[in-house]
Design a protein around this ligand. Structure first.
Ligand code: HEC
Ligand code: HEC
Length: 250
């Protein structure tokens, strides 16, 4: 498929409408109880091959796709989320963005509320070159600002675990991989966490914990998440949200 022979934006619009409608009616929740097939995982070599051409992404084309395919309806005009319901995509390296789109396409991410479902469907509309274009575009945008719902008291409580970890529970300092200020990872496919919406952060951690997100190579995040309480996850979410940029990015 070439860049120009895209699936129609109508298909994208229908997917968005279907998922929003399902959310409103609440019938999506009922489906969460149906048994799910074992989830696929990445092998390192396979992922490396899949990401080999990410640097060829064309940010201008990515900007067009962000609007043409209605990604902007949820993720904001430039990938910097304006709502607590959707994650911000900015501040990430292109490799991580492209990887997540492949993760969804390969059904490595699910959740109890079928929010990931919209992304499973949207990712089916994209070819690898288009994923690279979108990744290049989001990576060039300013990092997310501190979300308005961030609770600074909770944020303070999260700092210790994030910066020092907890030897007794086998939890490595998050900062060792996600950067001292959550600004990005030690490898291009480790995400930035600074300024991410707490709601999304909590959901991501809970899905690792429940084994419904298997996109983490070697199960690293599933292992850490398993040893964290709900309270730990909440304070960490507000800590990382509070590290967002304080200057307007929108
Ligand atoms: C109806 C709303 C909606 C639309 C439209 C949408 N997304 Fe998403 N997106 C979400 C939600 C919700 C999540 C988080 C799902 C989860 O928990 O896994 C997400 C997650 C993502 C992530 C992963 C972020 C991370 O930090 O791991 C990427 C990348 C992404 N979307 C890109 C896109 C692109 C590209 C498009 C357009 C082709 C798009 N999205 C369209 C709602 C949407
Ligand atoms: C050994 C390195 C390492 C450590 C330590 C680590 N992480 Fe991660 N983390 C990763 C990698 C790699 C990913 C991407 C996995 C994937 O693609 O699903 C990730 C993903 C995440 C995500 C999902 C982000 C998104 O945009 O969806 C969150 C949230 C997260 N980590 C939080 C934490 C927290 C909190 C800690 C500390 C308790 C921590 N991580 C410790 C490597 C690490």
């Amino acid at each position: 498929m070439t860049r120009s022979t895209l699936h129609s934006p109508l298909t994208a619009l229908k997917t968005v409408a279907l998922v929003l409608f399902a959310g409103v009616c609440g019938f999506a929740q009922a489906a969460a109880h149906t048994p799910v097939a074992p989830m696929p995982e990445w092998e390192a070599a396979q992922l490396e091959e899949a990401l080999a051409n990410v640097s060829n992404g064309n940010a201008k084309e990515g900007e067009r796709l962000n609007h043409f395919l209605y990604c902007s309806a949820c993720h904001g005009d430039n990938g910097n989320s304006q709502s607590r319901n959707w994650p911000s995509l900015t501040g990430q390296k292109p490799d991580y963005i492209m990887k997540t789109l492949l993760d969804y396409q390969r059904d490595m991410r699910r959740d109890h509320y079928r929010k990931a479902y919209v992304m499973n469907r949207m990712s089916q509309l994209l070819s690898p070159p288009q994923m690279a274009d979108l990744a290049a575009y989001y990576a060039q945008q300013p990092a997310p600002v501190v979300p308005p719902q961030t609770d600074l008291k909770l944020a303070k409580l999260g700092a210790r675990l994030a910066l020092q970890g907890d030897d007794k529970r086998g939890i490595t300092a998050c900062a060792a991989c996600h950067g001292e200020h959550g600004e990005s990872g030690i490898t291009p496919d480790t995400p930035a966490l600074a300024g991410q919406t707490p709601e999304y952060f909590i959901q991501a951690m809970q899905m690792y914990k429940a084994g419904m997100r298997t996109s983490d190579i070697g199960g690293v995040m599933r292992m850490f998440a398993k040893n964290l309480s709900d309270r730990d996850i909440t304070v960490l979410a507000h800590y990382y949200a509070s590290l967002g940029s304080r200057t307007a990015a929108r």
